[in-house]
Design a protein around this ligand. Structure first.
Ligand code: HEC
Length: 156
């Protein structure tokens, strides 16, 4: 009797996973893929949007460099960073408070625990976001999800 109940439960679970497509469900990054961007335009957007006020980039000369010393200087890119996947990179740009690297927690949070990085979602165009991702991706050695396009918008 007990065994049967467990069996039914497992069946339900399998059905649920099959229905939702994958265990990540609604918030799964699956199927997320930006079109190709321009590294050069990304670099320009980085300066134009003022990212340069708080960030420098490992091994990259930004132009024009800020004339005032940065109050915050978080170096992006290189090997000692948290951002590892494409999804994390884009999230850290458009939703910076979502996940905050523990090494920044004490210094770079406001009283409410949000990132001191401003919300760019109103001023940044989608094109700028795509280009920024392309530009930063190379600096971070970020992994791009390897799923092609299918009729459902995602591959295997
Ligand atoms: C006023 C300062 C400020 C500005 C301007 C700013 N950031 Fe940030 N950024 C931060 C702070 C503080 C953090 C660390 C806390 C966090 O992860 O949100 C951060 C974190 C990040 C990270 C994640 C770093 C990591 O390795 O975890 C990325 C990527 C990033 N910023 C990109 C950008 C881009 C692109 C722009 C411009 C569109 C920008 N930032 C503008 C302050 C800023």
């Amino acid at each position: 009797m007990k065994k049967q109940a467990i069996g039914v439960c497992l069946l339900c679970l399998a059905g649920l996973i099959a229905l939702t497509g994958c265990p990540g469900g609604k918030v799964s990054p699956r199927g997320f893929r930006l079109p190709e961007g321009s590294i050069w335009n990304g670099k320009t957007a980085f300066v134009d949007l003022g990212c340069i006020q708080c960030h420098s980039i490992e091994g990259e000369e930004l132009f024009p460099e800020t004339t005032e010393p940065r109050k915050i200087n978080i170096v992006l890119g290189g090997e000692i960073t948290r951002v590892k996947t494409y999804g994390q990179l884009v999230t850290s740009i458009i939703n910076p408070s979502h996940v905050i690297n523990p090494q920044y927690r004490d210094e770079f949070l406001d009283e409410e625990g949000n990132s001191k990085m401003p919300d760019f979602s109103k001023e940044m165009t989608v094109r700028q976001m795509i280009d920024l991702a392309e530009f930063l991706q190379a600096r971070y050695e970020v992994v791009i999800p390897n799923h092609g396009y299918s009729e459902f918008g995602h591959g295997p």
